[in-house]
Design a binder for this molecule. Structure first.
Ligand SMILES: NC(=O)c1ccc[n+]([C@@H]2O[C@H](COP(=O)([O-])OP(=O)(O)OC[C@H]3O[C@@H](n4cnc5c(N)ncnc54)[C@H](O)[C@@H]3O)[C@@H](O)[C@H]2O)c1
Length: 327
């Protein structure tokens, strides 16, 4: 089987992770090129992964002829770059948030639908073992009816205040769009339901244009209440989901090396599930490459990105209206 020729556009923080993930899938893929306007960093990464570096991504696409491309630039560039790539019929793994707005996300999805390429949004937590274990446990009914979900992704993000992350024009917003996109996606994924209502509350402690802490209250179509919280300014890192059902509860704890932890009404001691193959980014790349190879749609395709962005946009709208938004 011939290898998929892959390239990465934007090789800063997460672009480096995509390169590492593709390198871990070297039986399926070959990294042929990368592009970044920071050419010194691009050259350093290219030397590390044995490929060509370019300042201009269009030149990179023309000269290295990839079949599949990771988009790891700031969000304002996702749409224009993907429109260019779609016109070349290449496949795309696009970082979160899909774009700055629902409209931009729909334009990405349309551009890719009009092309021969496959679109996957990089909601990497779909490939995190304990998230998958939680979804299975909920689907099997072992926790009973899920009544409440509590999530927090909190940490101190030192570069937030001095990077594009707090430039509304580039990022589309603050921690709500940047970090709670993951929370919204995980909530929908583990429950297998859409979100019907959302309201948001935010605060800002840095001298920036956007919110640096955000909380949203959501209700799923099946009636589960969710409290999803994120912050860039709290010193002790926390990353967890707590899921409460009528027959038991479970915790996805990213700080633990183990898998899902749960306890049930009839077995109240905590049980920890095993956690093999822990790297969600490698599993994400594997799924993308398999879809490209087989010409199949990704399980994290366009409709998933649009659904998540509708919740994020409604959350921002609720701030303006001071009301809960029905989706
Ligand atoms: N999945 C995750 O867990 C995760 C984690 C971090 C970031 N992200 C997302 O990934 C994207 C990038 O974030 P990051 O943290 O890597 O940011 P970053 O600033 O570290 O890297 C972005 C890179 O894009 C480059 N760039 C900017 N304009 C470009 C252009 N026109 N052509 C080529 N390169 C260009 C920059 O020079 C920089 O190296 C964002 O959408 C972000 O939300 C996802």
């Amino acid at each position: 089987m011939s290898k998929i020729r892959v390239a990465v556009i934007g090789v800063g923080g997460i672009g480096s992770t995509h390169l590492r993930a593709y390198a871990a899938c070297s039986d399926q893929s070959e990294i042929v090129g990368l592009a970044d306007i920071d050419i010194l960093n691009a050259q350093k990464k290219a030397a590390e992964y044995g490929c060509q570096a370019f300042r201009n991504y269009e030149q990179m696409l023309e000269e290295t002829c990839p079949q599949a491309v990771s988009i790891c630039t700031p969000p304002n560039l996702h749409l224009p770059i993907i429109q260019n790539i779609a016109a070349r019929n290449l496949s795309v793994l696009c970082e979160k948030p899909p774009a700055r707005t629902v409209t931009e996300t729909e334009d990405i999805v349309q551009a890719m639908a009009d092309s021969k390429g496959i679109l996957q949004f990089a909601f990497c937590h779909r490939f995190h073992k304990s998230v998958i274990q939680a979804r299975e446990m909920i689907t099997n009914g072992r926790l009973g009816k899920i009544v409440q979900v509590y999530n927090r992704f909190g940490f101190r993000f030192d570069r937030a205040g001095r990077s594009w992350f707090t430039d509304r024009e580039v990022a589309g917003g603050g921690v709500l769009i940047d970090t709670l996109v993951h929370s919204v996606d995980i909530f929908r994924f583990i429950l297998g339901e859409e979100i019907s209502h959302v309201s948001a509350s935010v605060s800002t402690s840095l001298q920036v244009q956007v919110e640096d802490s955000a909380s949203i209250l959501v209700t799923s179509t099946g009636g589960t209440a969710g409290s999803l919280n994120g912050s860039w300014v709290t010193p002790v890192s926390e990353a967890e989901f707590r899921i409460y059902g009528t027959e038991g509860e479970a915790i996805i704890d990213y700080a633990q090396s183990g898998g899902l932890r749960y306890r049930l009404a009839n077995a109240p001691e905590w049980t920890q599930l095993p956690f093999d193959r822990p790297d969600r980014f490698v599993l994400q790349a594997e799924h993308f490459l398999n879809c490209v190879t087989d010409g199949q749609s990704s399980s994290v395709g366009g409709s998933e990105g649009i659904a998540v962005m509708k919740v994020i946009e409604a959350a921002y709208q609720s701030l303006q209206n001071a009301a809960s938004i029905r989706l």
